[in-house]
Design a protein around this ligand. Structure first.
Ligand SMILES: *Cc1c(COP(=O)(O)O)cnc(C)c1O
Length: 364
């Protein structure tokens, strides 16, 4: 198989993985109960704490991120959940809670928007909730929620904050400790630019203590079990060892002080993308950005095509030129496309992509 040059794959997950990271997975298999795994686990945990900005352990799950969304719900105290729904993934969080037998009150806004904080506060004051679920960066719409403020409101009203930062973590500021997030989760295949298959979460001491009291938290996603094994630098069951080698290589590349640079690079990529869309809009070749200014994700931009232009044909024409864009989500497939400017991309690789998309839009 020939490896294409890095810089052509802009799906908002899974994202493009550098060849060095893929190569790290060729490491021979090791026992997950060996000193070598202990050292590997320890490095991964330390690196992830820097990504999450936490002094607590970061648990590593061999599952997709949805698994940890389910864990967040299952390990939470009994009682209704308040779910902020502004796109497909935040809707999934609410669905998971319902599927786990919870009563869910959904605060739904049109896709692309964010739920106003006053609405969240009103709902929290009106009724006692066990927890609030929210997506930090809603990958289906490109909208970013103020999860710090949401966590504050949750706490002030006696609820835990369960935060999906699957496409945020590693690409936009997340301060797990400083914002007192009770359950912060992400996946390997978005802004961390790893292959899919691992998911990571950090939980507050209060959440962990409460989890131990929950009778129906299951086994595979039992957070108490994760904590127990993490203390011994292990996972409860056989982890995706090869993916740990990839994670280790990526965390080493991020380095001890690299997370803020990573955030800055993502801010620059999103700014370049926003400027490009505005330029296209002025030229009548696009209808603008779905998410409102001030509530935009740093990792994904959802672009509305000009009236009459089918977004699916734009995605196809861009693919014919060797670049992969994300299609619009669900009902927005014909009217939007998604640019995943995250992971290990740079302003340079994103600019090359946007030149190509610009050519396609200009060709009509
Ligand atoms: C990708 C994504 C998920 C789901 O992750 P999986 O790894 O596919 O389970 C959840 N939430 C958001 C915001 C995402 O972007």
């Amino acid at each position: 198989m020939t490896m294409p040059a890095f810089g052509t794959f802009f799906l908002p997950g899974p994202t493009e993985v550098r060849p060095e990271i893929l190569a790290a997975m060729l490491h021979p298999m090791i026992s997950h109960r060996s000193p070598e795994f202990d050292a590997l686990y320890t490095r991964c945990d330390e690196g992830l704490r820097r990504v999450f900005r936490t002094t607590r352990p970061v648990f590593i799950s061999s599952s997709s991120a949805t698994g940890l969304m389910e864990a967040a719900v299952r390990n939470a105290p009994a009682g209704p959940m308040l779910s902020l729904v502004n796109g497909a993934f935040s809707a999934r969080f609410a669905e998971i809670a319902r599927a786990c037998g919870r009563t869910v009150q959904a605060l739904e806004v049109p896709y692309g928007q964010v739920v106003p904080l006053e609405t969240v506060e009103q709902a929290l004051r009106a009724r006692r909730f066990a927890a609030v679920t929210a997506a930090h960066s809603e990958t289906s719409t490109g909208a970013a929620q103020d999860v710090q403020a949401i966590a504050e409101l949750a706490h002030a009203n006696g609820a835990f904050s369960l935060i999906d930062s699957v496409s945020g973590m590693g690409g936009m500021p997340v301060e797990t400790d400083a914002w007192a997030l009770d359950f912060a989760l992400t996946g390997s295949q978005k802004a961390l630019a790893l292959p899919p298959g691992l998911a990571f979460c950090a939980v507050s001491d209060r959440y962990l203590a409460s989890a131990a009291e929950q009778p129906a938290r299951g086994r595979y996603f039992d957070i108490v079990e994760f904590a127990h094994y993490a203390a011994r630098h292990q996972t409860p069951n056989t982890p995706a060892v090869s993916l740990f080698f990839a994670l280790d290589a990526q965390l080493a590349a991020i380095g001890p002080t690299g997370i803020e640079c990573r955030w800055a690079r993502h801010a620059a990529m999103s700014a370049a993308t926003h400027a490009w869309v505005e330029h296209q809009r002025q030229a009548g070749r696009a209808d603008g950005i779905l998410a409102p200014c001030g509530s935009r994700s740093a990792t994904v931009t959802v672009v509305k095509t000009a009236p009459g232009v089918d977004a699916r044909s734009v995605v196809d024409a861009v693919a014919a030129r060797g670049f992969t864009l994300g299609g619009g989500y669900g009902k927005m497939a014909a009217t939007t496309f998604r640019v995943g400017h995250m992971g290990d991309h740079t302003v340079e690789t994103v600019s090359r992509l946007l030149d190509v998309v610009g050519e396609v839009l200009a060709a009509g």
